[in-house]
Design a protein around this ligand. Structure first.
Ligand code: SF4
Length: 244
């Protein structure tokens, strides 16, 4: 049995899951962007000013701003904000919904059961977190009771994700689940109807698939997620070839 076959069996997908083929001013800016309250809708001049400050941050400033952020009420129950993990110059960006209990505890996205499934999904297409892969969430702080983040919360957190994307400059984005897809596409999204298509996030191809936590609850849809990953892999191969 190959290593991949072993992975696929372990996650219950064999035989389907088989490949077919910084300054003081900057510190002030970070602090201001981190703590300045925004309107509930994350709209208006205050939100615009905050978004502009975040849009000018470098990676370290951005991490500092997220760590200190109190721009939406998700800050109230978090143990820590979860910035993201991986290669800051990644080709692949996977975007989930928000931290869960284990992520909140450890400060890293996708470390619970869903994270183990995501790692297995990555391994099935020869990817590994940290190696040309970055993993982030639509919101950086844990929604209480693991509820879905509200629109005002994803809107308040979006400037951080947007800046992460600008700095990473991934070749391809994979949105894991509806909240991530809706945040990035700024539209109502049905994952089932959006699969198999290439969307565009400001010039970067974007693919929508199911969130690993959903797949744990709905194992029959793992086969569809596998199809999506195959599409993502083919797309990346095309993009890499085109760039070479
Ligand atoms: Fe700030 Fe985002 Fe956390 Fe809200 S979820 S407090 S916007 S870092």
């Amino acid at each position: 049995m190959t290593r991949r076959d072993g992975i696929l069996r372990e996650i219950g997908l064999a035989p389907l899951w088989r490949l077919r083929n910084r300054s003081d001013a900057a510190v002030d800016a970070v602090a201001a962007a981190s703590t300045e309250p925004v309107a509930a809708t994350a709209a208006g001049p205050a939100a615009d000013g905050r978004a502009a400050r975040i849009a000018a941050m470098d990676w370290d400033e951005l991490m500092g701003a997220v760590t200190a952020c109190r721009a939406c009420r998700l800050c109230e129950n978090r143990k820590q904000a979860v910035f993201g993990v991986g290669d800051a110059a990644a080709d692949w960006l996977f975007v989930g919904e928000g931290p869960g209990a284990e992520e909140d505890e450890r400060g890293e996205p996708f470390v619970g059961q869903a994270g183990r499934l995501l790692d297995a999904m990555l391994a099935a297409i020869d990817l590994r977190r940290g190696r040309k892969v970055y993993i982030a969430n639509a919101v950086k702080c844990r929604p209480p009771g693991n509820r879905t983040p509200e629109a005002a919360e994803t809107a308040a957190c979006f400037p951080f994700l947007q800046r992460q994307i600008e700095l990473i400059r991934p070749r391809l984005i994979v949105a894991l689940g509806k909240p991530a897809a809706e945040t990035l596409l700024e539209a109502e999204v049905k994952v089932g109807a959006s699969r198999g298509r290439l969307f565009d996030f400001r010039g970067i191809p974007l693919i929508v698939t199911y969130h690993p936590a959903y797949l744990l609850r709905t194992p029959p849809d793992k086969a569809k997620a596998w199809e999506d990953l195959c599409l993502a892999r083919r797309t990346m191969q095309r993009l890499t070839k085109g760039a070479g």
